[in-house]
Design a protein around this ligand. Sequence first.
Ligand code: ADP
Length: 224
Amino acid sequence: SYSISHDLRAPLRAIYGFSQILSTRHRPSLNDEGRQYMDYIVEASIRMAKLINDLLNYSRLGRKSLDIRPVPLDIIVNNVYADFKPKLEEIGAIFCVDKELPVIKGDESLFRQIFTNLIENAITYRRTDVQLEININCECNYDGYLIKISDNGIGISSEYRDKIFSIFQRLHSDDKYPGTGIGLATVRKAVSLNEGTVWVESVVGKGSVFFIHLPEYKNTFQNG
Ligand code: ADP
């Protein structure tokens, strides 16, 4: 999928580039129907570019060797929070993080990807009639670490709770909630490269909790 998505980019760039030229430079010589079709081609190629980029990002994960070292989760979460801060402020969201996020052994860039995708989804699938609340915490138990990322969004019906981690599985139309269906597949791949597991518990109309379990044997020398 890496080389396919890579090779698809060049012809797509040509389709996008020429259709944009047509729809701007030659717009006056088209009738209404022609203009509308040109706009559809430009929109579709933008969407295709997003799909290919996400697919490339997905297939890139794990291609280079992992850089396993102790990763301070509080710094990762703070950095990801900073990326989303303008959006979170714009929608008036509450973002709560446990003060005591641990240092966990793993690949830092994978952790960054995991938190980015889950927070982005919490924002996308929020309920518009309540204030969005995102909570992040981490428990240390007998067999490792359990990270929880919870939201009070639209929730996910139980029959789809496994499916959504597969590539291209989406539960909504692009008009309602834009997306490519690759975000959670990427999360699952990143978690499993860190030798963990991910799952979700959710109540439709109330919210979702994404759980990430990382086994203890990976984490023998952290946290003093
Ligand atoms: P995308 O968001 O691009 O559609 P994802 O793989 O990230 O792709 O998510 C797959 C599907 O899972 C989404 O289309 C959405 O229906 C559902 N989903 C993911 N995260 C959440 C969430 N926090 N709350 C509700 N639904 C979610």
